[in-house]
Design a protein around this ligand. Structure first.
Ligand code: UTP
Ligand code: MG
Length: 610
């Protein structure tokens, strides 16, 4: 094991302990029950051997002094012989008690395992909601889903079936060791001769097999990722007739998973097989030497019964130790995969976490920004927006428009420069407060598989229905929704496939309006609606918007031309800024685009007139 792996295992233990919160009591009861059940289990062969050697065989030497004094206090051998039913009764009682403790063990560990798995899923989900936005862009959803389900389940199963199982062989070794050695040292040594080999081999096996569990898990993660991506991108796959290629990718990932799991199972099967042989050889040794000593010396028949039962009883838990360790390997891998998520830091407040009243005066000062360690996608951006102004952003694709507005929401930290709102650096404004005060319609709006009403209300769950209708009217989508059979209660399909692109955009606009934020951002949000609706929405927005500062990103000059300020971006640089009237007079990108769009429009008009 490398030191890195060691570190991971250590962390995993910490996670496991954290997850025990509220369930330590159940684990303790389960552990005590397990030990008691193991103790009682050992009494059963012991009572049988007393019955054979002492009561029937009249051999007093086999009795330890404590047992002897107990028997004598109730009337000695004669009493037991005349009340022989007491022995089977004793066995029945022990069996019942054993059953009770096995039940208690199972019940309590099940409560603990399920509870801890729940704790783990809750903690994971909470953490995933708190990690930076950037994290989600870099991970595969399928992989995360696999970690939150399959890996949590591996840990759950480990807690349920294995966690306490380490106690069983330890208890057993102590008790049997004591009884066997006090009974007959020579036979005791023979009876446990092969067990250290079994334990050591299981330990090394565990160390060896651990990485194969990880391979299998990773392959499963990749398989889920391919599946998830294909199901999400089903329209792309169909549209480009890529079924064959995608099927090939899936088949490869599937085969890889099968191969790796098969290899693992083959190794497990080899282990079980060979350790079986070793276990049975141990029992055979005990039996053969027991019979030999019984014939050649004073070893008793009850002794043979006792030693073979104990050896058999001991062999399986010791071998089981191998399984526990192996499963521990698998659980440790799963835990460290969960730790990968937990160890990713959550979003932090870099500044004072203030909660000022936000009015909407915004200033960008020499802002530079780069994703990760890449090249700058925004360079020395400086502009200001006054409360209530409309700021339009124009620029070719990839010029940094979306990045610019994402910076305002502090989804990413700026690399250089400052952004202030009402004079306060956004780094000093508490994250949730900042985001609550900025309404945004994302470039690719996402609708949840919930009703339209719920989708709109996401930004303001307590908003009255009238407010929702009002917002939908401004977004020109109210009438469309009313035409649906179930109106606002219509369920939006997975990712809103039942709605058109324009309808989705307008629902997202309604959602933003319901938030009543002093800063609004529309990231290319009118691209999928026709020019007339675009105009209607903007007019309605203007009427309603009051004092909100609004950013509109668009490629359409008609959408932008009424803005108080237009920012023109080119390759991350702010090349022009001003009103339509100012910019149209300057030589530059704005004028060129305006001319092209104007020309196209004229051609279209002429075409339709002809
Ligand atoms: P933007 O996403 O800001 O461009 O990406 P844009 O102006 O809004 O483009 P359109 O009009 O919506 O298409 C700016 C640059 O940042 C990179 C992109 O590759 C692009 O070159 N980028 C974007 C990243 O490196 N990582 C991201 O997560 C997003
Ligand atoms: Mg964009």
């Amino acid at each position: 094991m490398t030191s890195k792996e060691n570190k991971k295992t250590k962390f995993s233990l910490k996670t496991l302990i954290k997850m025990m919160k509220g369930y330590k009591r159940y684990l303790l009861i389960s552990a005590i029950s397990l030990i008691l059940a193991a103790l009682i289990w050992f009494a059963i062969p012991y009572v049988s051997s007393i019955a054979v050697d002492y009561v029937i065989g009249e051999n007093e030497e086999v009795l330890p002094s404590i047992v002897k004094s107990i028997i004598e206090s109730i009337g000695g051998r004669e009493f037991l012989l005349s009340h022989f039913y007491l022995l089977p009764l004793c066995l029945v009682l022990f069996t019942l008690l054993n059953g009770l403790f096995v039940f208690l063990r199972g019940r309590n560990i099940a409560i603990a395992a399920e509870g801890m798995a729940k704790n783990m899923r809750d903690a994971l989900y909470e953490h995933l909601l708190l990690v930076p936005y950037d994290y989600h862009k870099h991970i595969s959803t399928g992989d995360i889903i696999q970690r939150c389900t399959s890996d949590v389940d591996t840990v759950r199963r480990f807690i349920l079936n294995q966690l306490l199982e380490v106690l069983r062989p330890i208890t057993m070794v102590i008790i049997t060791g004591y009884i066997m050695f006090s009974y007959n040292v020579k036979m005791a040594v023979i009876s446990i001769a092969l067990l250290p080999i079994l334990t050591i081999s299981s330990y090394f096996y565990f160390k060896y097999v651990r990485k194969y569990f990880a391979y299998s898990d990773e392959a499963e993660g990749k398989l889920s990722a391919v599946l998830q991506e294909n199901l999400t991108g089903v329209r792309v796959v169909r549209a480009f007739a890529q079924q064959k290629n995608e099927l090939k990718k899936f088949t490869e990932a599937n085969k890889d998973y099968k191969d790796k799991t098969y290899k693992l199972i083959k190794m497990l099967a080899f282990y079980w097989g060979s350790s079986d042989v070793l276990g049975y050889t141990q029992i055979l040794l005990t039996l053969v030497f027991g019979v030999y000593f019984a014939v050649t010396s004073d070893f008793t028949v009850g002794g043979i019964m006792l030693f073979t039962s104990y050896t058999a009883a001991l062999t399986w838990p010791v071998r089981q130790l191998g399984r526990v360790l192996a499963d521990m390997g698998k659980a440790t891998v799963s835990l460290s995969r969960l730790d990968d998520i937990f160890n990713h830091p959550t979003e932090v407040e870099p500044g004072k976490a203030l909660k000022p009243e936000i009015r909407g005066n915004i200033e960008f000062k020499d802002v530079c920004f780069a994703y990760d360690d890449g090249e700058n996608v925004l360079e020395n951006i400086s502009f200001s927006a006054k409360q209530g102004q409309t700021i339009a952003i124009l620029g070719s694709t990839g010029s940094g428009k979306t990045s610019l507005v994402h910076l305002l929401q502090r989804l990413y930290p700026v690399t250089r420069g400052t952004i202030t709102i009402d004079g306060e650096n956004i780094n000093d404004i508490e994250m949730h407060h900042l985001r609550k005060n900025i309404g945004i319609v994302l470039q690719e709006p996402f609708l949840f598989s919930r009703t339209i009403m719920e989708n709109i209300r996401i930004t303001n769950p307590d908003a009255p229905e009238e407010a929702v209708y009002e917002a939908a009217k401004i977004a020109s989508v109210h009438d469309v929704i009313c035409e649906f059979e179930k109106g606002y209660d219509t369920l939006v399909g997975e990712r809103g496939v039942t709605l058109s692109g324009g309808q989705k955009q307008r629902i997202a606009i309604a959602r933003m309006l319901l938030q009543n934020a002093p800063i609004l951002i529309l990231d290319d949000s009118l691209s999928a609606v026709d020019t007339e609706t675009d105009l209607a929405i903007r007019e309605a927005l203007n009427k309603r918007k009051g004092s909100a500062t609004t950013f509109i990103i668009s490629h359409r000059i008609t959408t932008l031309c009424n803005a108080d300020k237009i920012l023109v971006l080119e390759d991350g640089k702010l090349v022009q800024q001003g009103t339509h009237e100012e910019l149209i007079k300057q030589e530059g990108l704005y004028k060129r685009i305006a001319q092209i769009q104007d020309m196209l429009e004229t051609e279209l008009m002429e075409g339709s007139e002809e």
